[in-house]
Design a protein around this ligand. Structure first.
Ligand code: CP
Ligand code: NVA
Length: 302
């Protein structure tokens, strides 16, 4: 049984297999409509979601299965009953647990006590299915992944960590440009960098935004992630040099601009860029559906 907890679980061949399956599902969804017939999953959210919730539910539906949405009417996971009991109950009914959680450890515990695959739908540390959809989007627009130059600009967070992990495995060069003390997780970087070295690509963290140039992809995300209640206005001054605006896009040389969304227009990205001709943000959002279908099919049918 395989989980998707961090993104480190799969090798390059498996990543490419997931991306290829997702592309084919996008082209010919009808071919796959019985793949998960009679199968189901619990889709649990400790935090809000538009894209992830909608696309996981629809992914089950399009594959002929059923996704049961569990909100937190009973409080945070582990409050009404232990996470171990929660996982053991659900494992008797469903074929997969999809979870968006505050702490990565919650997912690890679900995987430890459950007997079905667990999929990370975002945690404090990772957003692995997002990164898969992002690399699928890059491949669609730029026709390659190995050797691609990706610049992530803004706050080093869960999305950045996952872009490092998947980038390293797929052979893409990823640099995170961020203010001091806003770097992505060091342990994740070190582990991903070992893989990057083997695959001949480079992962980097850089504070000096004036060094940003000659990249293929410019990517940004919110300056304040869910679970942190700091108002954006409070951090604006620190992050403003990293705002993705027309000048930064020109300076970077990027062919496409990406954002996992939700966007905070006027903060990490301007209207001009988000609505401009290099923006592929809604392709990314669409690809969440196709990737989730491919991931569910692979893990549930493994
Ligand atoms: N990108 C993403 O995960 O969006 P949601 O928070 O709306 O699911
Ligand atoms: N870094 C963001 C991603 C949202 C999809 C967050 O965790 O809130």
């Amino acid at each position: 049984m395989q989980h998707l907890l961090t993104g480190f679980e799969f090798n390059q061949d498996e990543y490419l297999e997931i991306l290829d399956t997702a592309s084919d599902m996008k082209k010919d969804p009808k071919k796959y409509k019985h793949v998960l017939e009679g199968r189901s999953g619990a889709i649990m959210f400790e935090k809000p979601s538009l894209r992830t919730r909608t696309t996981f539910e629809l992914a089950f539906f399009r594959l002929g299965g059923h996704g049961v949405y569990l909100d937190l009417q009973n409080g945070d996971l582990g409050n009404r009953e232990s996470i171990a009991d929660y996982a053991q109950n659900l494992s008797r009914w469903v074929d997969c647990l999809v979870g968006r959680v505050y702490a990565q450890s919650t997912l690890e515990e679900l995987a430890k006590y459950g007997t079905v695959p667990v999929i990370n739908a975002l945690s404090d540390l990772y957003h692995p299915a997002q990164a898969m959809a992002d690399y699928l989007t890059m491949r669609e627009h730029l026709s390659k992944l190995a050797g691609l130059k990706v610049a992530y600009v803004g706050d080093g967070n869960n999305v950045t960590n996952s872009l490092f992990v998947a980038g390293a495995i797929l052979g893409a060069n990823v640099t995170c440009y961020c203010p001091e003390n806003c770097a992505p997780d060091l342990a994740v970087y070190i582990k991903a960098n070992e893989i990057a070295k083997k695959n001949g690509c480079i992962l980097n963290v850089e504070n000096d935004i004036s060094k940003l140039k000659d990249v293929d992809v410019l990517y940004t995300d919110t300056w304040v992630s869910m679970g942190d209640n700091t108002p954006l206005e409070k951090v604006k001054k620190k992050y403003m040099p990293y705002q993705v605006n027309d000048d930064l896009v020109k300076q970077s040389g990027a062919q496409i601009v990406m954002h996992c969304l939700p966007a905070h227009r006027g903060y990490e990205i301007t209207d001009e860029v988000m609505d401009g001709d290099k923006s592929v943000v809604f392709d990314e959002a669409e690809n969440r559906l196709h990737i989730h279908m491919a991931v569910l099919a692979k893990l549930i049918n493994a």
